[in-house]
Design a protein. Structure first.
Length: 268
């Protein structure tokens, strides 16, 4: 019983305190991949402790018949069955919480499908061009991943800039950023509403995956092209966040562009 409570307490401490630590300061902007890796590590560690507490509780309930004290035997059995109930409820909660995000991806595809004017199979994903004056590029993770790009964006950017944007969206797909968003959503829902850390970590995750995709695209399609694309889109849409991301790219030194599968998949 003591070991079960110890594991459970460790899991709760990690899952509650790690968002407070990992969202403090501004170091995440300079090292987005490290920040996201640490967060996933904390999540997996906390989940591991929680799983260990369930396993210990179940093992104790199975061996409870050998305990001479009937009260202790009852407590161990109740803890074991209670742990199973908690696990079942958590699985149901996670499934129900993840569905809205999955549905939002499907809705994005269905919303742009009526105005789609061309589809290009690019091996790793399908590039879908749709008619819109707004500059939009959006990656849709699924079994058949797609990148949706508007005609407005194609007209706004030069071919190298458009290729850099495609490399950014391709990075989202290759690095499974959809799962990071899903886990962040679930983590925020699992924590009490009074605790801001869960919501802060969700916002931080959304920013981190954008910065990671920026860094990947900058390495493979050219930091100058991506920075110019972001700045142009930011001015057109009056989104200061895009211009800030463009400024961030100009403050770093980048290696020469790597011409391989990213560049091939991101050609304009």
């Amino acid at each position: 019983m003591v070991l079960t409570l110890t594991f459970l307490g460790a899991a709760g401490a990690i899952l509650v305190l790690s968002p407070l630590v990992l969202t403090a300061g501004r170091w995440q902007v300079r090292h987005p991949r490290t920040a996201l890796t640490l967060w996933f590590g904390a999540c997996l560690t906390g989940t591991g402790f929680a799983a260990a507490s369930v396993i210990v509780a179940l093992t104790s309930s199975v061996t409870a018949r050998d305990v001479s004290n009937s009260a202790e035997s009852f407590a161990l059995t109740a803890a074991g069955w209670g742990s199973l109930g908690v696990v079942g409820a958590l699985i149901a909660f996670v499934s129900a919480s993840a569905e809205p995000l999955t549905r939002s991806w499907r809705d994005s595809v269905e919303r742009f499908a009526p105005v789609a004017i061309a589809r290009e199979e690019r091996g790793a994903y399908t590039l879908v061009w749709f008619r819109s004056d707004e500059p939009i590029a959006y990656a849709v993770p699924s079994r058949s991943p797609e990148i949706l790009v508007s005609t407005g964006l194609r007209e706004l950017l030069s071919p190298p800039q458009l290729a850099a944007v495609l490399a950014h969206e391709h990075a989202h797909l290759r690095q499974r950023h959809g799962w990071a968003v899903r886990i962040a959503e679930i983590n925020a829902l699992c924590l009490p509403r009074s605790l801001r850390a869960g919501r802060a970590l969700k916002r931080a995750t959304l920013l981190l995956i954008e910065l990671i995709a920026d860094d990947t695209a900058a390495k493979h399609a050219g930091a100058v092209h991506l920075a110019n694309a972001l700045a142009t889109m930011g001015r057109t849409t009056a989104d200061p966040g895009l211009e800030l991301r463009a400024d961030r790219l100009t403050l770093r030194k980048w290696p020469s562009t790597r011409h391989h599968r990213y560049a091939a998949a991101a050609r304009a």
